[in-house]
Design a protein around this ligand. Sequence first.
Ligand SMILES: NC(=O)c1ccc[n+]([C@@H]2O[C@H](COP(=O)([O-])OP(=O)(O)OC[C@H]3O[C@@H](n4cnc5c(N)ncnc54)[C@H](OP(=O)(O)O)[C@@H]3O)[C@@H](O)[C@H]2O)c1
Length: 440
Amino acid sequence: MPPLKVGLAGLGTVGTSVVRLIERQREALAASCGRAIEVVAVTARSPGKDRGIDLKRVRWVADPLQLAADPGIDVFVELMGGEGDPAKAAVETALAAGKSVITANKALLARHGVALAALAEQHHVALNFEAAVAGGIPIIKTLREGLVGNKLARIYGILNGTCNYILTRMEQDKLSFADCLKEAQRLGYAEADPTFDVEGHDTAQKLAILASLAFGTKVDAEAIYVEGISSITPADLDAAEELGYRIKLLGVAVATDKGIEQRVHPTMVPRDSAIAQVMGVTNAVTVDADAVHAITLVGPGAGGMATASAVVSDIGDIARGVRTPPFGRATARLATIEKAPMQRHEGGYYIRLLAVDKPGTFATIATRLAEHAISIESIVQRHRGERPHGGDDPASAADPVPVILITYATTEDAVRKALAAVEADKVISGSPQVIRIEKN
Ligand SMILES: NC(=O)c1ccc[n+]([C@@H]2O[C@H](COP(=O)([O-])OP(=O)(O)OC[C@H]3O[C@@H](n4cnc5c(N)ncnc54)[C@H](OP(=O)(O)O)[C@@H]3O)[C@@H](O)[C@H]2O)c1
């Protein structure tokens, strides 16, 4: 077999690692795939930049579209990022030219995944994207191929290392969200503008791709309910610990009788669950499937080499001539997502309130919850003025009293309505904190 000739667009963190990994694994890859894999042409923004890799035998191409159409390459690898051009135009050009494409670009796939898959199908080529979700964890192949004999009920995961790092530090070192974010930025785990990560949008893009593979539906990032972690306080993490939970930012997709629920939000997970053990920047995905029950994959969700591992796996498939439909089935067989409305979400809830100290406050709260058929599983009442981690301020009689409630399964709608009524009754100070509970 002649070598597989790779054209690589993007020579940043992931692109340079792909070049290094192909070089490092040259012989093993050739043995495994039955042919050599060679990076023959590359492009990036700045041709003169020292990237710490040897590109002497590699052709530099002026721009990504030109590389995508280059007759000297068999496969186009897009590692530039961004949901628009040049990534989108370059991927389209390569597919239309009959070249298989590999991309790590979750933003592009979350928005244009189905259209690109259709284009790949039309031209009988592959569109592989193992690196787009959870970096080095082979979750795409697991869903698309490994679990094809299963009916999936739910998939959920920690898909953003920045958020998991922040929540881990907040829990272990009793630090505020703002302090942990600053530290994550200093260590290079968080972007200068962290909004996309901490407000849950990065997780949502990845969840949209996973939900499509899990349920045979069209990728629909717009159908996802998204809430980030910036409102989580050390008091919540303390309470979680006391009640036997940990707080994680989860992306969750569940098949319900009301449709498919896709949501990203801070979540209380039982402390003994597999997902609760995942700390720091590590990612994890749990799949509930009928034949295997639950399986959890844990590993690095980012980083040059870990992500390159996923890209090289995709290149290996193309070298072997393996072509699987990008979203696990022909695009014509992908159903439109029937979106389960968030108000009808059912589950347990953690609610933290600051109850004002006046007669009848607790009776009012209890009445409002009962009016909405919400049953309380446990309740923790702190001392007046109790600071989450001690603190020197003396308690004052005017201080509100922190109250933490864990509910039995109820609906989002009931919780929202009951808490709106409690707020209108003016028996609490500030807004209640609400965190959904996900059972394993
Ligand atoms: N980093 C990770 O851990 C990770 C994990 C999973 C997935 N991903 C995904 O992998 C992709 C690449 O990420 P990365 O971290 O490697 O990004 P990066 O370090 O910022 O590198 C991006 C590369 O693309 C090139 N580029 C950007 N715009 C271009 C344009 N208009 N024309 C030509 N080249 C252009 C840049 O050129 P210059 O170098 O000349 O500026 C750079 O080499 C993204 O889709 C990302 O979401 C990354």
